[in-house]
Design a protein around this ligand. Structure first.
Ligand SMILES: [Zn+2]
Length: 423
């Protein structure tokens, strides 16, 4: 899930609280391992008529000394973010095909027969559920964004407009029976109260039912320098070891895990009732061994990451400061959740005259906090930018390809990571 419509946000500031204990084990020994620059709500790109100073919230990453869970200490109220959620999955190119492959893979792996009952929470407009529906499963979506739930239901994928809780799970089970499959995609990291999610799974799963969950993967994020995946909507940065212990405490069992090459590295894991019929696959121990070897449940890799980010910021300031002194015009490319984190942490906006983005919903808005204007990419040529800093750096290749005209006209793109480079 990403990118609510820019104009959808209320002007009120979001409520926030700072966690005093671990989300997964309730342990109180929390180590602050990474401190990024505070930012406003990362997707609060505003139109000119709503421009007002935006409050920034800390991006402090803690690691639980007891179980290794890594998470943001400050929790911004989910209701504020999701009840206004106007993003529609289908508008994201390629996701339909991704879910088609996903449905085929999960159904095949678990041997799910046609007619069995499946629930997805955080189901958005039902794009993923429809891939399962097409293959004969009875599906029900759960999503707190009321307008999207309504639209999904009208389009033929019944969706309850609510948060997935133990109380709702009880109601669903009473009305429709237990679920053979419960799914959550790119939403697990956004949920504060995971104890209640576990309780909901215990309520609703059939005896041989499976919970399948895809979420960002901490080890890949660290290894690949994807620190810009850290923003307020993502409360947690999951890894297999703390999750396996968490589910075990709730009478459940994480029995399989797969690497998924999306969003800078993700993991898909499978959970059943403890002692249900599926064996625990060697993949679980293999994931945990890799996590232990990388030391991601303690401070060292984050210290190294912070050092690398400091070094990158210094190089960028040298380079861009030099161009500025020569009177060159520098623009930024990209306006997204991740860009808010990256631009704030590297303190780039003072160097950028404007930003461009392909997404029409972002055009004619202003970047959260710094209020730099976001234009259509044609502004690169029209406003005669000399340089364009590629802020969503993982997509540097496709961006340069799509906007080759800028380079042909003499413009130069700049990469920020993994190394600062004028292209
Ligand atoms: Zn913990």
């Amino acid at each position: 899930m990403t990118a609510p419509q820019a104009s959808s946000r209320p002007l009120v500031e979001a409520p926030i609280y700072r966690r005093k204990n671990c989300r997964l084990c309730a342990g109180k020994r929390l180590d602050l391992v990474l401190k990024l620059c505070p930012t406003p709500l990362e997707d609060d790109y505003r139109k000119a008529d709503r421009l007002a100073p935006q409050k920034s919230y800390p991006l402090d990453l803690a690691c639980c000394a007891d179980c290794g869970h890594v998470f943001l200490l400050d929790v911004v109220d989910a209701g504020k973010i999701y009840s206004e959620y106007l993003y529609v999955t289908q508008t994201s190119l390629g996701l339909g095909e991704h879910y088609d492959r996903y449905a085929a893979s999960v159904i095949g792996k678990l041997g799910l027969p046609a007619g069995c009952f499946m629930v997805e929470f955080g189901s958005n407009d039902g794009t993923m559920l429809r891939a399962f529906q097409k293959r004969g499963l009875k599906v029900l979506g759960v999503d707190p964004a009321a307008p999207i739930a309504k639209a999904a239901t009208e389009a033929g994928t019944e969706t309850v407009a609510d948060f997935f809780t133990a109380a709702l799970a009880r109601r669903i089970k009473a009305e429709r029976g237990p679920a053979a499959l419960i799914a959550a995609n790119m939403v697990f990291a956004n949920i504060d109260n995971l104890d209640d999610i576990a309780a909901a799974l215990v309520e609703l799963l059939a005896d041989d039912g499976v919970f399948v969950c895809e979420t960002g993967y901490l080890l890949d994020n660290i290894k690949n320098l994807v620190f810009d995946n850290i923003y307020h909507e993502h409360l947690a940065y999951h890894s297999v070891k703390p999750l396996a212990a968490f589910f075990a405490r709730h009478g459940l069992e994480l029995f399989d895990a797969e690497a998924v090459d999306s969003k800078g590295g993700s993991v898909r894991f499978f959970v059943q009732r403890k002692g249900a019929n599926r064996p625990v696959e060697p993949s679980v121990a293999a994931f945990i061994a890799r996590e232990d070897a990388a030391g991601i449940h303690a401070a060292a890799p984050y210290v190294e990451l912070a050092r690398k980010l400091d070094e990158t910021r210094a190089r960028l300031h040298d380079l861009l400061g030099g161009f500025k002194r020569q009177g060159k015009k520098i623009a930024g490319f990209g306006a997204s959740h991740s860009v808010t984190t990256l631009a704030h942490h590297f303190k780039l906006p003072p160097f950028l005259e404007f930003i461009v983005d392909d997404n029409p919903r972002k055009q004619d808005t202003f970047m959260p906090g710094y209020h730099i204007p976001v234009f259509h990419p044609k502004a690169l040529l029209e406003r005669k930018a000399d340089y364009a800093v590629i802020l969503p750096w993982r997509f540097s290749g496709p961006i340069r390809e799509r906007h080759a005209e800028f380079a042909r006209a003499g413009g130069r793109f700049i990469d920020v990571l993994p190394t600062v480079e004028v292209l």
